[in-house]
Design a protein around this ligand. Structure first.
Ligand code: GLN
Length: 234
């Protein structure tokens, strides 16, 4: 996993914090500003910021098409806060979608002036028992999800703030500002699976499969020239 690179859109917001969390989970974070920065990355993070500014820069920097191609090709993506807005198919109150890949309605600045920013612990069962500490900063909220969207986390009042659909994970809050590493670990796991499909299953490596072509040898294990003969020797 140490060789894996994950891109972080580096326009504004907390991209440095994302790169630091990636470092903590053993992944190299690559700042993405130009289309060529996307070459060789196994996953991508769209950080928080101001989604209206980010959408302008995404177009100005020529990133809309190449990022869309990556997502459509199955590269895992994590969007946090404004990043979640950029990944939503329908933005309530008018803005055009940018990467309309998450089948859901998202409302920007959903917590109003009183609660411009706040912190909350949420249960995210996919990530284990320990609650996720979420930092919400002028955060959006998910108002509707389609049938293919997995809800990963909700606030106590039931509002949806973390989701996953196919290769895309998104949170309304900032895990990176609370030192939370588990979303980045999940992204890295999805990214390594995308890089090497079948890892950990019989499709990739099987002790009886010596020619790499799917033909199963009936040679006795003891004559295995590869030296991997320990398996099944009895
Ligand atoms: N309020 C911002 C927006 O609507 C998102 C805030 C954030 O990313 N922390 O784009």
């Amino acid at each position: 996993m140490t060789a894996m690179k994950i891109g972080v859109l580096a326009m504004q917001g907390a991209f440095a914090e994302h790169i630091e969390i990636l470092r903590q989970v053993g992944v190299e974070g690559i700042q993405v500003r130009l289309p060529r920065d996307l070459a060789g990355i196994s996953g991508l993070i769209l950080p928080g910021g101001e989604s209206t500014t980010m959408r302008k820069l995404i177009d100005r920097w020529g990133l809309r098409e190449p990022i869309r191609r990556l997502i459509d090709g199955g590269t895992p993506v994590l969007g946090t806060c404004a990043g979640m807005i950029l990944l939503s198919r329908h933005i309530v109150d008018g803005d055009e979608p940018v990467f309309p890949v998450l089948d859901m309605d998202i409302k920007r600045n959903a917590f109003g002036r009183q609660l411009d920013s706040f912190e909350a612990d949420l249960a995210v069962p996919l990530l284990g028992e320990r609650p996720v500490h979420g930092v919400f900063i002028r955060a959006p909220v998910v108002e509707r999800v389609g049938a293919k969207v997995d809800v990963l986390g909700r606030l106590d009042d039931g509002r949806i703030v973390a989701v996953r659909e196919r290769n895309v994970i998104a949170t309304a809050f900032h895990p990176e500002l609370a030192g939370e590493t588990r979303f980045h670990r999940l992204l890295a796991t999805m990214a390594s699976d995308h890089d090497e499909p079948g890892e950990g299953t019989e499709r990739r490596h099987h002790p009886l499969r010596r020619d790499g072509g799917g033909r199963v040898s009936s040679e006795p294990v003891g004559r295995d020239a590869t030296g991997a003969g320990g398996w099944a020797a009895s």
